[in-house]
Each structure stands twice: as structure tokens, then as C-alpha cells.
Ligand binder design. Structure first.
Ligand code: GDP
Ligand code: MN
Length: 336
């Protein structure tokens, strides 16, 4: 991949000459956290680590989103533990609940099939609301309008290493649109028709695909079939211009009309991945190798010099990058 972060730059950052040393630039960026009141303790754990490893030096704001009002306790503790402004937003019902064009009996029938097959969240409507919201709505929330870049954070995740550089500025300076730390395969049953619908969209709008897109990451046969690879979207740093742009906006609308968020169980991870891979150039997709990250049950642990410079507390050998179920080798292969 062109222009990974230089070790010498990281070393310099770790030497104490950080962003405090002089006037410094910031990106127009925010953390975004979709979370329930009941997950307060788990989001506090994520926030504390994020602050200690990164944000106490950078002070990027937080946007908390919920389809229900945040409790006073939630607002008090989360704003207490961070070093930046926090905004608490209510999600408009039309961005969250199952839309009226969905045939509920057809949706219910498929939910039962997935329950019988023991597919995780197979019977859950709220999980489907969440996936649709993360796919097509979070970046349209009024509180998000002022920002260009976001970093998605979930309850109960871990950040293993010091992050003494600014990932948002890295994205901006290198014209990246989407960044990940972990990739894997999706359950075929949850997205059975997603590729066919995507192909229909591409046929209608071939002009939206740049020449050097990342099709190789998502297909092993030049687009005939989807290989189920996706970036694990519980961690994402991305440029919302990608989602707000014409190509992805039309794509999301097309998917939403097809109804697979409810007739199947389309996840925001494959949807974002297909959007990023098809509507960006491959060199605009970035793997943050230096960010040690865990969302149960998988983790990315930086290796070698990156592990040392980041003072990481994960075990180097506990690393998903090249496990059998990871797709990251396909990402790396695109640049070799
Ligand atoms: P998983 O990572 O796929 O197992 O799904 P999670 O349960 O972690 O949900 C993904 C994200 O959406 C997390 O940040 C959750 O806090 C959030 N989330 C999931 N369901 C809901 C919901 O019904 N309401 C709200 N406000 N947040 C939700
Ligand atoms: Mn999660």
C-alpha cells in the first residue's frame, strides 16, 4: 500500500514531541457512538482507553446517538470521563424503525428461518434497525452535519497501544476515504441477495465506479460473485463525503428499496465495505496497522516495531490479521 505511516514519524511522536509542542492542525472530525443507556459501563471502558491512549492529547469531540433519550446518569458519566465536548443526539424515528414499505409478514418469515438456523441476531428487529441506521443514516444526523471525518466506537472495545499520531489527519493528508483494523467473512445467509442487488445497481450506474476500485477485495472472479469479505465496521475511521456523495447515497437508497435490511439481515459492515470498495480507489482504503484494537472475540495486535513503539499490551501472537477467517491478506495482495 502506498505511504504507510513512517516508523520514524511514530518514533518522533513517541519521543514526547507531540501535538502539544506547538500550534497544531486538527481535522474536522468526531467520534460517533451509537449506544443504549444500558451499555453505560461498557462504553465507559471504551472511552477511558480511547482517552488515555489517544484523545487526551487530541481532544476530538464525541457524538452519542440513541433512538431513546440518554439518561442523566449516562450523560454525566460519559462527559466526565472525556477531554472534549460531547453531544447527545436523539435519532429521528424515520431513521430508525422498519419503514412502512417493508412487508412485515415476509420479514417475520425470514427472521424465523434465521432463528431456526441459529444465525446470530437472526430473529432481532432492533439489530436490523441498527444495521440499517449505521448503513445509511448516522452521517445524516443533524449533530454529524458539521463534521467530515468520524471514528466509530462501540461499548466494550479495547485499544491496546498508544496512538500518538492523528489518524484523522492521516486520512485527510493522504486522501483516504475508509480505514479498518480487522476484516473477515460474512454469514452468507444474512446477505444472500446483497450481491445480486449490488450488481443491478452497478449495471444502472457504471459511471460511479472508479477504474482502480477495490473489486479485488470483495470478489475473486472479477465481480461475478461476492467473496463475503468485509471490514469489521465496529471500528471505522472514514470520510463521510464517501457516504454523503451521490454514488453511495443512490446505492443506499437502492438497497433500502430492495428491503434486504429486513427481508434478510444485511449488516452495515458488508454494506459499507461494498460501498467503500466500489466507489473509492483501492489506494483510498487504509489499514491502520498501528492501532491495536479488540472487539470480542477478535483483535488486531500490531506486530514487531509497531508493537514496541506503541507500547502495546496485547500479545503479538493473538492477532487476527492472518488467521484463516481473516480477509486482510486480500487487502494486502491488492498492493503487491
Ligand atoms: P455486534 O457488535 O454486531 O454484536 O452488535 P452490538 O450489539 O455491539 O451493536 C452494535 C452497535 O450498535 C453498538 O454500539 C451498540 O451499542 C449499538 N446498538 C445496537 N442495538 C442498539 C439499539 O437498539 N439501540 C441503540 N441505541 N444502540 C444499539
Ligand atoms: Mn459490538
Amino acid at each position: 500500500e502506498p505511504e504507510p505511516i513512517k516508523l520514524s514519524d511514530l518514533a518522533k511522536a513517541h519521543s514526547g514531541h507531540g501535538p502539544h509542542d506547538g500550534p497544531h492542525r486538527k481535522a474536522n472530525a468526531t467520534f460517533v457512538i451509537l449506544v443504549r443507556n444500558s451499555e453505560l459501563k461498557d462504553i465507559i471502558e471504551s472511552l477511558k482507553q480511547l482517552e488515555d491512549r489517544f484523545n487526551r492529547q487530541f481532544h476530538y469531540p464525541y457524538v452519542f446517538l440513541n433512538e431513546q433519550p440518554f439518561s442523566d446518569e449516562f450523560k454525566r458519566w460519559t462527559s466526565e470521563i472525556i477531554s472534549a465536548p460531547a453531544y447527545y443526539g436523539l435519532i429521528p424515528p424515520e431513521h430508525w424503525y422498519q419503514p412502512s414499505h417493508i412487508d412485515e409478514s415476509r420479514a417475520a418469515h425470514f427472521r424465523q428461518l434465521l432463528v431456526d438456523e441459529d444465525i446470530i441476531y437472526g430473529g432481532s428487529v432492533s439489530y436490523r434497525n441498527m444495521c440499517r441506521f449505521n448503513s445509511g443514516f448516522f452521517y445524516r444526523h443533524p449533530l454529524m452535519q458539521q463534521f467530515q471525518y468520524y471514528w466509530r466506537v462501540e461499548p466494550g472495545v479495547k485499544f491496546f497501544c498508544d496512538i500518538d499520531f492523528d489518524p484523522f489527519l492521516y486520512m485527510q493528508d493522504h486522501n483516504k476515504t475508509y480505514a479498518f483494523t480487522i476484516s473477515m467473512y460474512e454469514y452468507e445467509r444474512t446477505i444472500s441477495s446483497l450481491w445480486a442487488v449490488t450488481q443491478a445497481f452497478m449495471k444502472q450506474h457504471p459511471e460511479y465506479l472508479p477504474e482502480d476500485n477495490a473489486m479485488e477485495f470483495i470478489s475473486d472472479d472479477e465481480g461475478k460473485t461476492y467473496n463475503l469479505c468485509h471490514f469489521w465496521s465496529n471500528f471505522e475511521i472514514a470520510d463521510m463525503s464517501l457516504w454523503r456523495g451521490e454514488a453511495y447515497s443512490k446505492y443506499f437508497e437502492f438497497l433500502d428499496t430492495a428491503g434486504g435490511f429486513y427481508y434478510e439481515r444485511w449488516g452495515d459492515a458488508p454494506v459499507h465495505t461494498l460501498g467503500a470498495a466500489l466507489f473509492s480507489r483501492k489506494d483510498q482504503i487504509h489499514f491502520f496497522r498501528e492501532i491495536g484494537y479488540r472487539h470480542d472475540p477478535f483483535q488486531h495486535c500490531p506486530q514487531g516495531d509497531l508493537h514496541r513503539l506503541g507500547k502495546c499490551w496485547c500479545e503479538e501472537k493473538d492477532n487476527f490479521d492472518h488467521e484463516g477467517y481473516s480477509c486482510t491478506y486480500r487487502y494486502e495482495r491488492m498492493f503487491s
